[in-house]
Design a protein around this ligand. Structure first.
Ligand SMILES: NC(=O)c1ccc[n+]([C@@H]2O[C@H](COP(=O)([O-])OP(=O)(O)OC[C@H]3O[C@@H](n4cnc5c(N)ncnc54)[C@H](O)[C@@H]3O)[C@@H](O)[C@H]2O)c1
Ligand SMILES: CC(C)[C@H](C(=O)O)[C@@H](O)C(=O)O
Ligand SMILES: [Mg+2]
Length: 372
């Protein structure tokens, strides 16, 4: 298969972790005989510094003309929460998601058997975690009207959702549940928010078309507790933009590090693949960032194009790195391996599974839900 892939490394550790994804995709290319063409483009703080805007037109054009986008992370401390900044890196990412209509952010959370020993959480309760968060990505409070009145010092952010915005991601979530454990949990704040009450109405109506799927609702505050105490109760979690952002970072605690969780941001025409973590500016150029979230995001890219054997081979190589303890210090404190070494190891171990891999040795579970 030929794929044109836009590569947006971004800021902080973004370029370093995306470089490891590229190594892995090169390895997939060679092993399975595909042609991937990568085109780098600027986004975020680097784009502001070089072009005066966090999303240059050229970048948007490259993304629109690509089959898929690999994204690292954006954000730098000089902009974060700075009330005097006129423009900030996050605007670039938000605009890109909106322009490409990437309305569904799919964030799988799994506990890998090889890593569970390190977990400070109750191992028995978290070991069967295999959930996926469907986070609405192009609406809600991130995109509602905003204002600040410097005279009265009153600031406003508006959360707004239309039936259509809720409905399109809901269908994706229900379809995903059909191929999984057939349960959708809507996480909201319907005891307070009008938008949440609309989500419930729309979901109750759509659920009629999916009689085999169990629909449950949970308030976000309770969901946050349940996710830590009893995460295996969840299959597909469907939620809005902001709740999904927060809940997925929390989900990374189950996996063992935020440096492990990948995501796919999809619309009807475009798809972008990005780790859920941010630019972790303190780690920039220190060769300590965990590249696995970015590498698994490349795995989700492969799955998106139905390159399932290729995705499985990539995941198997990641699992091999866990079982051989070739990992960065965030998941095994005593580890001395750097971002590049781990990336090299994983890329070098991508191979056709039947010929070379002993699944039992590597503790590999390549079930349908390995990544998505
Ligand atoms: N999608 C994105 O681009 C994205 C996501 C979140 C935050 N951000 C931005 O990133 C900047 C930093 O934000 P933050 O500190 O809140 O979040 P962050 O995710 O960058 O880092 C938070 C903590 O998570 C850990 N961490 C993150 N990535 C890791 C990795 N690959 N390996 C090991 N540990 C890792 C580190 O302990 C770090 O201190 C901000 O500017 C923020 O706006 C961007
Ligand atoms: C940087 C920020 C705008 C972004 C978000 O909230 O969507 C990030 O936290 C994420 O999870 O991708
Ligand atoms: Mg986030």
């Amino acid at each position: 298969m030929r794929l044109d892939i836009a590569v947006l490394g971004g800021d902080g550790i973004g370029p370093e972790v995306v470089a490891q994804s590229l190594k892995c995709l090169r390895s997939v290319e060679e092993t399975f005989g595909h042609t991937f063409r990568f085109k780098k483009a600027l986004i975020g703080a680097e784009a502001i510094d070089k072009k005066g805007t966090p999303l240059p037109d050229e970048t948007l054009k490259i993304c629109k003309n690509s089959d898929a986008i690999l994204f690292g992370a954006i954000g730098m401390p000089k902009f974060d929460g700075n009330p005097n900044a006129k423009v900030w890196p996050e605007q670039g990412l938000l605009k890109l998601r909106k322009e490409l209509d990437l309305f569904a952010n799919i964030r799988p959370v799994k506990v890998f058997p090889a890593l569970i020993k390190q977990s400070p959480l109750n191992k028995k309760l978290i070991k069967d975690t295999d959930l996926v968060i469907y986070r609405e990505l192009s609406g809600g409070i991130y995109y509602g009207n905003k204002s600040i009145d410097s005279g009265t010092n009153v600031a406003t952010d508006t959360c707004s959702y239309s039936e259509e915005e809720i409905s399109r991601i809901t269908h994706l979530a229900f379809k995903a549940a059909k191929n999984r454990r057939k349960k959708v949990t809507l996480v909201d704040k319907a005891n307070v928010l009008e938008t949440s009450r609309l989500w419930r109405r729309v979901l109750n109506s759509i659920a009629q078309s999916y009689p085999e799927i169990e629909l449950e609702t949970l308030f976000i505050d309770n969901a946050a507790v349940q996710m830590i105490l009893n995460p295996s109760q969840f299959d597909v979690i469907l939620t809005d933009n902001m709740f999904g952002d927060i809940l997925s970072d929390q989900g990374s605690v189950l996996a063992g590090s935020i440096g492990l969780l990948p995501s796919a941001s999809v619309g009807t025409e475009h798809a972008m693949f990005e780790p859920i973590h941010g630019s972790y500016p303190d780690a920039k150029d220190k060769n300590i960032a965990n590249p696995v979230a970015a590498i698994l995001s490349a795995g989700m890219l492969l799955q998106h194009f139905k390159l399932n054997e290729e995705a499985d081979a990539l995941v198997a190589a990641v699992l091999k790195s866990f079982s051989k303890k070739i990992v960065t210090p965030d998941i095994m404190g005593s580890s001395k391996y750097g971002t590049n070494y781990v990336g090299d190891f994983i890329a070098d171990n991508i191979m056709e599974l039947d010929d070379h891999f002993n699944m039992n040795d590597e503790n590999i579970d390549l079930g349908k839900s390995t990544i998505i």
